[in-house]
Write a protein that binds this ligand. Structure first.
Ligand code: HEM
Ligand SMILES: *[C@@H]1O[C@H](CO)[C@@H](O)[C@H](O)[C@H]1NC(C)=O
Length: 492
């Protein structure tokens, strides 16, 4: 019996190998039918398995992930070149994602809808002040500074009690993102805001359960999976109900407002009598608003948490920063972006954090919409392309002692910031993150002012093993530190 199965399996594997080499596809490991290589992927740290495969098969290799044929790239020049191509401007077509997102919003859309909505969002960011300089930039900076002030006074009230940074920063960064996206920040105990925060905290766990579904849609027959998808869809529906109620309450005031909801509503009105209203519908508005909240909050919150952990574990670097911040802050107020320009070490610490713990270690996948050739290999239409951030950010070719937190590697001899081609937390090309500049501003302003005001340290008495567990992190929608607490001790 077993030898029959053995022979069949062997036959399938050989066929797979011949199939691949005949068709000039990138090299890669063999897999089994239906599952492909999935059984060998580390379920909690898949990006590490994928990185190990890159050292075996090279900077471009192929791998079958359940239903999806994927190409994994880990050479920075190759990745930048590939991501810039129009043929790679789409996202992978996952059934479960389509079921939840209904091809609305921005992150998971494609074609004319994506093009139009992306342009709209980029323009909105300029309108609210994500620009090189000017009054609008200053106003936006003041909005972030408000959130930073509130955060600092809350941290002072903590009186050295250890704080769960996940729950804490979700409130304060979430408030700021709500303000620019919905034109409204709720009181912390508002039931709608509590509901949305719980969804955000739960989302990562639900997503971890739903991930196998994206590559193995057949798992839908198992109740655990079906129910999770159902719960996610319920969450989306309820979120949109909250947004719609807000939309209905808004009157003429939207004409003076520039939050995303107001801008979208104005565009809807403008196009009402147009026969090409395009995609400016109420449904699209709701999906777009939740996409922006989803993309903007968890990413920045988790990066800030990683940053504070690295500060807590590297007290010398923290002290160096504090000295620089003390001399930059002469008036006792908050430290602004302009002062931060003169403290490249702060920027380097943020970049080094994102290098070591990128929130998207496996990369956010793209999909090939027209067959192309890359590095002499044929990449068929529909292939999922993974720009493997983890491999690029930890490659010894580009970083000496890649596992060490060493912010100075981002500074040249004169102390100015250096761009590293292997550093790609926001990816690259036409579909790169639209929020990169805004993210840096949030991280710089929160990071600098917290370190200026407090001595940050890990909870007392953690063993090395516990610290390692925290720092290995948990991979859900994003890579976040394992649950932990941080102590903030006032120093000024
Ligand atoms: C540390 C913070 C952040 C990181 C590391 C990050 C990273 C990423 C990455 C890797 C992608 C995929 C890009 C690609 O396919 O090439 C992405 C897409 C996106 N990000 Fe971010 N992001 C961050 C913060 C933000 C913020 C604050 C916003 C909103 C203001 C935002 C909005 C978006 C949107 C809308 C997309 C989808 C773009 C598209 O599909 O056209 N992100 N982000
Ligand atoms: C903060 O840390 C520095 C250096 O470790 C130390 O000298 C200082 O006393 C600390 N301040 C407080 C208020 O704990």
């Amino acid at each position: 019996m077993f030898w029959i199965i053995g022979v069949i399996l062997f036959g399938v594997l050989c066929a797979g190998y011949l199939w691949r080499s005949n068709r000039n596809l990138p090299p890669g490991p063999w897999g089994v039918p239906i599952f492909g290589y999935l059984p060998w992927l580390n379920p909690t740290e898949p990006y590490k398995t994928l990185t190990a495969l890159a050292s075996k098969y090279g900077p471009i290799y192929s791998i079958q992930m359940g239903k999806h044929f994927a190409v994994v790239m880990s050479d920075p020049t190759l990745v930048r070149m590939a991501l810039a191509r129009n043929e790679l401007a789409d996202r992978t077509n996952f059934e479960v994602v389509n079921e939840i997102m209904q091809e609305h919003g921005l992150i998971f859309t494609h074609g004319p809808l994506w093009k139009e909505q992306r342009k709209f969002v980029c323009n909105w960011l300029k309108v609210i002040g994500v620009t090189k300089f000017g009054d609008k930039k200053n106003n936006l900076q003041l909005l972030i500074a408000d959130a930073v002030s509130t955060t600092i006074s809350k941290l002072r009230q903590s009186n050295n009690r250890p704080i769960d940074t996940g729950t804490f920063f979700l409130v304060h960064i979430g408030d700021f993102i709500n303000l620019i996206v919905l034109g409204k920040a709720w009181p912390e105990d508002d039931p709608n805001w509590i509901y949305l925060r719980n969804l955000a905290e739960d989302g990562s766990k639900k997503f971890a359960i739903a991930t196998p579904l994206s590559v193995l849609p057949i798992l839908k027959i198992i109740p655990k999976y079906r129910n999770t998808v159902f719960e996610v869809i319920e969450g989306v529906k309820n979120t949109h109900l909250i947004y719609k109620t807000l939309m209905e309450k808004r009157g003429n005031e939207i004409h003076e407002s520039d939050d995303l909801m107001a801008m979208f509503m104005k565009e809807m009105t403008k196009r009402k009598n147009d026969k090409d209203s395009h995609y400016f519908t109420e449904k699209q508005c709701c999906f777009l608003l939740s996409d922006l909240f989803g993309a903007g909050v968890e990413t920045t919150v988790n990066t800030l948490r990683w940053f504070l952990l690295y500060m807590a574990l590297n007290q010398e670097i923290q002290n160096d920063l504090q000295k620089l911040l003390d001399s930059a802050c002469t008036d006792g107020g908050l430290i602004g972006l302009e002062q931060i320009e003169s403290i490249p070490l702060l920027k380097a610490c943020v970049s080094e954090t994102m290098r070591l713990r990128p929130v998207a270690p496996s990369g956010i996948p793209r999909s090939v919409n027209t067959e192309i050739t890359i590095s002499g290999y044929r990449i068929p239409k529909g292939t999922m392309v993974l720009p493997l951030q983890w491999a690029m950010h930890h490659d010894e070719k580009y970083w000496t002692d890649p596992e060490t937190f060493r912010p100075k590697r981002f500074l040249d001899d004169e102390g100015n910031m250096i761009n590293h081609k292997a550093f790609m937390p926001f990816q690259a090309g036409k579909r790169a993150c639209v929020g990169d500049t805004l993210s840096y501003w949030i991280l710089y302003l929160f990071g600098a002012n917290i370190i200026h005001n407090f001595n940050v340290s890990a909870e007392q008495g953690l063993s090395e093993k516990e610290i390692n567990t925290i720092m290995d992190g948990e991979f859900g929608i994003t890579l976040s530190p394992a649950t932990h607490k941080v102590v903030f001790k006032s120093r000024i």
